[in-house]
Design a protein around this ligand. Structure first.
Ligand code: AKG
Length: 312
């Protein structure tokens, strides 16, 4: 109750874009998002800005090894000893995984290829780089207009990171169908595709219409069979993101979704989570923006960054 009251207070003066101020194209996107729970943006596909960010990301991941560690090493999983973890889709904290000896850390890594070969990560995660160019993608004005018109106020960007997904022996957390539970009523995620995504490189999956249709709800994960049986009606269908690099998908992830497991290669995806502003958010910031980066952004973009995320 206190959280809801604080959120309501924080929303005053954060009115943001409304449906009536949107261009025809963005108004159509808003209708799509409201109807199906997701919408796609293509205006970054093939742009020079996209190519520069892709090159920067590859450098950070493969040369500078800026990925988060400790991280799950699938090569260290023992099917018998770790049967409980496998059954729960590895729903555990990094500390719990580390206590079982199932993670690798900075001291174990000599180079990118060695880390991937020896430890078989299912994903590697890089926090959003603190540069104006990256923030321009994460806080793209067209996407923000639709976010604000959908929510009815201007939310905050609470999480910002990139992930590379690899072929995986196990179903690890968001490989399984789930609903995000960060907020009961207001939640949007933007997914930024940094690599071309095919059916073989692990597309994102979403059940259109599953915000309203709650046949499956109340558990952390659902099986493919359960979802196929429960959502085969005319109002609900699976959407699979076979899309070129530069595509953004804006999604209400309270609906059912999952990460496809790559059969070959990998898939690079960026994540932005938008939640109502709250004065006393308990989680520590999951990205940081320096004053100099923030000052290069528009007032609208700056308003998305919680004060605690601005450093130096
Ligand atoms: O990587 C994906 O396609 C899905 C990610 C996901 O499930 C999530 O962010 O909640």
């Amino acid at each position: 109750m206190i959280k809801t009251a604080l959120e309501r207070l924080a929303r005053v003066n954060r009115s943001g874009a409304s449906a009536s101020t949107l261009s025809d194209d963005l108004a159509a996107k808003l209708v799509h998002l409201k109807t199906y729970g997701y919408v796609q943006f293509d205006h970054w596909v093939g742009s020079p800005g996209m190519a520069a960010l892709q090159a920067d990301y590859l450098d950070r991941l493969e040369n500078k090894l800026e990925f988060e560690m400790p991280t799950l090493a699938q090569s260290r999983v023992d099917r018998e000893r770790d049967a409980d973890l496998i059954a729960s889709n590895f729903l555990a904290t990094t500390e719990q995984l580390a206590a079982r000896g199932l993670t690798f850390d900075r001291g174990n890594v000599t180079d990118y290829a060695q880390a991937v070969r020896e430890f078989e990560p299912s994903t590697l995660k890089v926090y959003l780089p603190d540069t104006p160019a990256w923030m321009q993608m994460w806080l793209d004005p067209q996407v923000l207009s639709v976010v604000e018109a959908y929510m009815g106020f201007r939310p905050e960007l609470t999480e910002a990171y990139l992930r590379r997904n690899y072929p995986s022996k196990f179903v690890v957390m968001n490989h399984a169908w789930h609903r995000d539970r960060n907020h009961e009523t207001h939640l949007l995620k933007a997914f930024f595709f940094l690599s071309d995504c095919t059916l073989k490189t692990g597309p994102h999956h979403y059940i259109a219409g599953s915000i309203k249709n709650r046949t499956l709800d109340g558990r952390p994960y659902f099986t493919n069979e359960e979802v196929a049986t429960a959502y085969d009606g005319p109002d609900t269908h699976v959407v699979v993101s076979e899309v070129p690099a530069g595509t953004f998908i804006l999604e209400d992830t309270r609906g059912l979704h999952k990460a496809g497991i790559p059969e070959e290669g990998y898939r690079d995806l960026g994540f932005a989570t938008f939640l109502p502003p709250i004065a006393l958010r308990k989680r520590t910031p999951l990205y940081h923006v320096s004053h100099s980066t923030a000052s290069a952004l528009s007032p609208q973009q700056q308003a998305y960054i919680p004060a605690g995320n601005i450093t130096k």
